[in-house]
Design a protein around this ligand. Structure first.
Ligand SMILES: C[S@@+](CC[C@H](N)C(=O)[O-])C[C@H]1O[C@@H](n2cnc3c(N)ncnc32)[C@H](O)[C@@H]1O
Length: 282
């Protein structure tokens, strides 16, 4: 494909992953490079004006029906033979991990028991949660993660960064508040505060949560409303009219100079290793 100098590139639901060579769209504009727009109202662009349409971890936040309408919009704004690239949590891999760890856990494998707990969060917490971060955040913000390696293997850099943030917050509390106090008692205090906060979230807040607040959160774009695998997404893309549907890796693409945009990886490190990366042509 031609070089990006003359290519028109569209990144939908970009979050913090955007590039100046692309038209980046999200709910809110966090900087000049990002256009604010609600994608449930369609894509605010002319027909057939982009060479590439890309979205990463966005489609699963729409209902099954809205997801199909959204992909139809992607098709509309793409030029003939243009490329759509989709990164999305891979339902197939989650299901395989679930079954593998379930079977090992039933045989008494301790490691698999922890991995089972984590994969259940990937599968369900992201769908049923009623608070930002849900039980996944609570898992990452516990004093010791029993299967840290597995968790980071699954959710990559983003999980590592959250963990770093948590650990540096612990350090900050230690330095700022009680410099002369024994570290253990400080940690105990901190963890008991977190425990209390979690209890409050789980018992009190949930009890008092109004339907309005719950609705606001559930419609706010964080939860997963549908999941896809290579079979269902290929079926859907084909139904819309896309052709040459192909599964890629984070590093492979028909998009010219894909890796230089650093939207999915940097220096060989994949941001979201739990993804299915799919491309197709109009
Ligand atoms: C899980 S984040 C993924 C962000 C980024 N693409 C990435 O891969 O890191 C999902 C993004 O989609 C955006 N989003 C969800 N629903 C949206 C909508 N209806 N309109 C615009 N943006 C939406 C969210 O604001 C959020 O930034």
């Amino acid at each position: 494909m031609k070089s990006d100098v003359c290519m028109k590139l569209l990144n939908l639901g970009c979050g913090s992953r955007y590039h100046a060579s692309w038209t980046n769209i999200d709910f809110v504009s966090t900087c000049e490079a990002v256009v604010a727009h609600n994608l449930l109202q369609g894509i605010p662009m002319e027909n057939e004006c982009f060479d590439v349409v890309y979205h990463s971890h966005v489609l699963e936040h729409f209902t099954k029906i809205d997801g199909e309408l959204f992909l139809q919009e992607c098709y509309r704004v793409l030029k003939p033979n243009g490329i759509i690239r989709i990164a999305i949590p891979d339902l197939e891999q989650i299901a395989r991990e679930y079954l593998k760890n379930l079977e090992l856990a039933l045989q008494g494998n301790e490691k698999a028991k922890h991995n089972y707990n984590w994969i259940m969060l990937e599968m369900y917490d992201q769908v049923v949660r009623s608070k930002s971060g849900g039980d996944m955040a609570a898992y990452i913000f516990q004093p010791t993660i029993p299967n840290e390696e597995y968790v980071f293997e699954r959710i990559g850099e983003e999980g590592r960064n959250l963990r770093k943030f948590y650990l540096s917050s612990l350090d900050k509390i230690n330095i700022e508040n009680e410099e002369n106090t024994d570290k253990r008692s400080l940690l105990r205090k901190f963890f008991s505060k977190i425990k209390q906060a979690l209890k409050k979230i789980i018992y009190n807040d949930n009890k008092n949560l109004t339907y309005t607040n719950l609705g606001k959160f559930r419609l706010g774009g964080e939860i997963h409303q549908w999941m896809y695998d290579r079979f269902s997404l290929t079926q859907l893309l084909t139904k819309i009219g896309f052709k040459d549907v192909r599964v890629n890796t984070a590093f492979t693409s028909a998009i010219a100079e894909w890796n230089k945009f650093e939207l999915e990886s940097k220096d060989g490190v994949i941001f979201k290793p739990d993804s299915l990366f799919i491309e197709a042509h109009k």
